[in-house]
Each structure stands twice: as C-alpha cells, then as structure tokens.
Design a protein around this ligand. Sequence first.
Ligand code: GDG
Length: 461
Amino acid sequence: MSRLVVVSNRVADPRKGAAGGLAVALGDSLAATGGMWFGWSGTVVPGGATGEGEVHVHQAAGVKLVTVDLSEDDHAGYYLGYSNGVLWPVFHYRLDLARFDAGHIHTYRRVNQLFARKLLPHIKSDDTIWVHDYHLIPLAAELRAMGCKNRIGFFLHIPLPPRQVLAAIPQHEWLMRALFAYDLIGFQADADLENFSRYVQAEASAEALGGQRFRAFGRSVEAGAFPIGIDVDEFAALTHAKDADDMYERIKTEYSRRKLLLGVERLDYSKGLPQRLRAFKALLKKYPENLNSTVLIQIASPSREDMGTYNDLKQELESLCGAINGDFGELDWMPVRYIHRNVSRKRLPGLYRVARVALVTPLRDGMNLVAKEFIAAQDPADPGVLVLSRFAGAAERLKDALLVNPYDTDGTADTIQQALQMPLAERQMRHQRLLAQIRLQDVHWWRRSFLQALADAPVNA
Ligand code: GDG
C-alpha cells in the first residue's frame, strides 16, 4: 500500500482528542500507511513580509506532521485575502461579499509555491498525495512544475458554483486550469460535479471522455462526487459518554416544560443564521401555541473574527435575538438562547440528543456535518426531527429530513411547525432511514472510495 500524504491548510494533531471526524478518519489511514500530514502551522510570524517559513516536523501516533509558518503578509493575502475574501464567498454564491483585490492572488499563488517547495523534499516517489480544499487549488500545478510525478487527488469541501458565478473571479481560468494538474478531483455533491462539467466544457472547451473524465489543457482528469460523512459509531459513543450525558440531563431538566429547537454552527454568513431567526420569529407570530412552549438554542461558535464581514454578521444576529426576546419574551421565558462561544465536542452530542428539532438551514453548504451528527445522536425510540436546507450538499441524500428553502421565511416557519407537531411514528420512521443513510456513506466510506478512485484513475503520461 502506498504511503498517504495529506495536505490541508491546517493540520490536526491526531493525538488531540478534540480533533473531530475528519482528523479521526484521515488519522486512521495516515497511521496505517505510516503517512504524513502537511500544512500551515497556524503561526503567523509578526512583522514579516514574504517569508521562507520555518518548517516543523513532529511524529504523532505513527504519523509525520510537517508544518510551515507564514509571514504576516502571506497570511493576510493567502488566507484572509484570497481564500476567505474571494474563494469562500464566491464558491458560496456571495459575489456581493467578495473583495477582488489584485494583490491577493499573487500571495495566494506564492504561498502555494512555498507549500510545494517545503513539501517536495518529504515526498517519496510512490506516495499518494491528497490535497484538501480551496486554499490549495494550485498546489498540484506547482508541484508538477517542480517535477512531481506522484498521483495527486484534490477534494473540495465547499460547493463549486455554476459557471456564471465562477466566472466573476477575475482569475477563474487560471484556477480551473490548475485543477487539471490533479489526477482526481472530488466534490461533495452531484450538483458541484455538474457545475464542474458544464464549466470545463463551456469555458475551457474540455472534451468529455465519458464516465466523468475530461480532457483539457493537454491533460485529462477524473472527477467525482464523494459526499463526506461522519464516524457514526464514534459519534454515538460520544453521545453516551459522561460529558454528553451530563449535558443531556442538565438541559432536559432545565427545559422540561418546553420543546427545544437547536442550531449549531460556526458563525458564518453561509449558514443562514439571520434567515433562521426571522423564520423562528414568523413561527411565534403565526403559531402562537409555541409562545412559552418552545426555545431556540443557537450556538454560533466564533470563526474568522479578523474579517469585517463576520463582525457585521455578529452584530446583526445580536440585534435580531434581542428583538425577538424583547418582543415575545416573558419574565419566565426567553424564546432565543444565543451563545457565541465554542461548546466542547464531548458535550455537543448531549445537546443534539435533547433537541426536538434541529435547524440546519444554510444558504449554501458543501455538505454540512451538523445534520449528520444530529441524526447519529438521536434516541431511535424518541428521535428529534431534522429541518434541512435544500441548499446543503447533505440534502441530496438525506431525503427523509424536512427540506426547506431558507430564503422563504414563511415556508420555513410552516415546516418548523410541522417538525414540532410530528407524531412519534413518523419521527421514528424518518430517523431510521436517515440513520441508515449516514451509515451507508460514513466518513470511512468517503475516504476509501476517494482513495480507491484515485488509485484507479489513469495517470497522464
Ligand atoms: C466545511 C464545509 C463540510 C460547530 N460548532 C461547534 C462545533 N462545530 C463542529 C460541528 C461539525 C463542524 O464543526 C462543522 O462542520 P460543517 O460540515 O457543518 O461545516 P464547516 O465548518 O463549514 O465545514 C462543510 C465540511 O467542511 C466537511 O467537508 O461539510 O459543508 O463548509 O463537526 O460539530 N464543534 C464544537 N463546538 C462548537 O461550538 N466542539
């Protein structure tokens, strides 16, 4: 078996328990092949302009962790400027939030070159390289330019937008051309794969070779949809461990007279938080039986706080929550509990389990793992209901959730009401099917099927 080399912006130390699903899934494969994980160390060297970046090498549980520091300017242009200021908003269809500052693309490219330079000396000729996410789209092209002939796969964790949206990025052709340096490109959903196929045929005159293989720019590449999942058993075990159990008991007692609605995400504009709060407000207005009898707990963990758009969103949410509580609250009932903090991963499943309804209503999402974690944490005898945005990648497969259009405030309110009123037998039946689905395509299936497709992909001469 060839050694696996994973490359991603951040590297998770498999020794740290809080690492979460992806780190666990990749950690298994990395350990089994004596593999290596390469990425940014998380350290920004103050004052530096364009740095060479110090490299750190650690050995952790049979895995070699290699990380590189970034200078302040490199971090500003590559991470904040281009990755999160251009690619994240555009790939989530938010052209209005993109900042196409001409300098950032150069820094983005330079950091990808830096990564390639620092990575290459650690690569053996038969290693399989797996690159993750939008921060590193040009990495394979840079590696190839330095003579790397290894099999290289790429997985995009976020959506790929339609051609006309993508084309708003001034350097879209360069970015998409860079993808052809890979041997396999993995997307989350069929919709992303379709967007890729349309883009490359219309904009790059790619030839469709059949079976999701495309030829353009003198190379051919295989593409596919590999919906990411969670480790269902690991999550179920977390749910029944002490921390989650304590959380469950505490919240159940605290809210014993009320039905709980729950939202959990990073505070991000792709997650549809203001729209969700407006739908909750509409629910209270339209279905007054919910006054005093439902509570929405919204966890919005801090994310990318050094970016202005995220601060605007934080203020909007605080004001919306304040208005709902002010307009509808009673001395002994606050409709919204808004928490702008991180909840520990060990306690989170207890919160999922106590919720009657989960609101997972992003405006756009590559997959959305919260939806799957919620399903895994439910008691099959008395499960909660998943209200899921049709615009999350997860909606392609989780057809037994109640699907909503998060832009439709009244429609979402009606569906939340349906979820709150759903009879036990229907909740059980839907949960049973959803659980079977997340087991079928769990994180181990995702990893295996991607790596198998990469191993099978014909290599370019
Ligand atoms: C990207 C794509 C794709 C959230 N709040 C807390 C917390 N979380 C954990 C959840 C879950 C993870 O963070 C979030 O994963 P998502 O998939 O929902 O969303 P993104 O972070 O945007 O991830 C997404 C994913 O990559 C994987 O490919 O599904 O579409 O956008 O695991 O539980 N964890 C803790 N405290 C919190 O407050 N401990």
